[in-house]
Design a protein around this ligand. Structure first.
Ligand SMILES: [Zn+2]
Length: 250
């Protein structure tokens, strides 16, 4: 069911006059350019208004083995479907895993080609990242994803321009646990993720780290806990394209 994207004003900067100006500027810059919630530069949906008790689990920075397959096994066991924002270079590294995700009914979105921070700024560079990622998806999966989550969630005016020009739908989300990348215990990740879940939530997990692989076993175990707990609370699992009401591929 198409939903209305939640927008401005989720959180406000709490700067005070005693805070040094540089800290205030850094906080404001983070808020504008990298916060999952800021809509300052353009629409960047992180949650959708819906009456259905559904959440979208999303996974960034993969495929990364064996963890991506373990997450797919866990989702499969419960019939849950998720959205994977895959990195083009990782799709090239693990094309069979990416194909399995698609054939299992998960949705693949693009998370750029290299995940390098220095490749996130500048219209020409961004366009090149988007196109190289699309070439990897197209070559290995025969798919051209519409959903795009920028690496580091970094937005610039140039990104919105490239998204319009390439007909991409930008997608944010809420971090399942703000430290999930660093792998605290599965129970801690799951507890926070479940507490954040609302109808229409888009929760962000990581099945890789940037384009570098890395141990994601705490995330794998957390996903099993989250799926079991949310299912017991009557939640179903949907994909981001469903929440947006768009076709996930061109
Ligand atoms: Zn990422």
């Amino acid at each position: 069911m198409p939903g209305r994207a939640r927008g401005v004003g989720r959180r406000r900067l709490g700067s005070r006059e005693l805070v040094p100006a540089s800290v205030g500027i850094a906080a404001a810059s983070y808020w504008a350019f990298m916060s999952p919630y800021s809509q300052l530069l353009g629409p960047f949906p992180y949650r959708f208004a819906t009456t259905e008790r559904v959440v979208a689990l999303t996974f960034d920075d993969g495929p990364n083995e064996p963890y991506t397959s373990q997450i797919a096994d866990a989702l499969d066991a419960s019939g849950a479907r998720a959205t994977f924002f895959a990195v083009g270079a990782c799709v090239e590294r693990h094309p069979d895993t990416a194909r399995r995700l698609a054939s299992d009914g998960h949705v693949l979105g693009s998370h750029g080609y290299s995940h390098r921070l220095d490749r996130c700024v500048g219209r020409e560079v961004l366009r090149d990242e988007v196109r190289r990622a699309e070439a990897a998806f197209s070559r290995h999966l025969g798919l051209r994803p519409v959903l795009f989550r920028p690496p580091w969630l970094l937005r610039t005016p140039g990104l919105f321009g490239v998204a319009r020009e390439q007909s991409l739908q930008l997608v944010s989300g809420e971090f399942a646990h703000v430290l999930e990348v660093l792998q605290p215990s599965p129970e801690r990740i799951a507890r926070r993720a479940v507490a954040k879940a609302r109808p229409g939530s888009v929760l962000i997990f990581h099945d890789g780290i940037e384009a570098k692989g890395g141990d994601r076993s705490a995330t794998v175990a957390a996903v099993e806990l989250v799926v079991a707990d949310l299912s017991a609370r009557g939640f179903g699992f949907t994909t981001v394209d469903q929440l947006l009401g768009v076709n996930p591929y061109r």
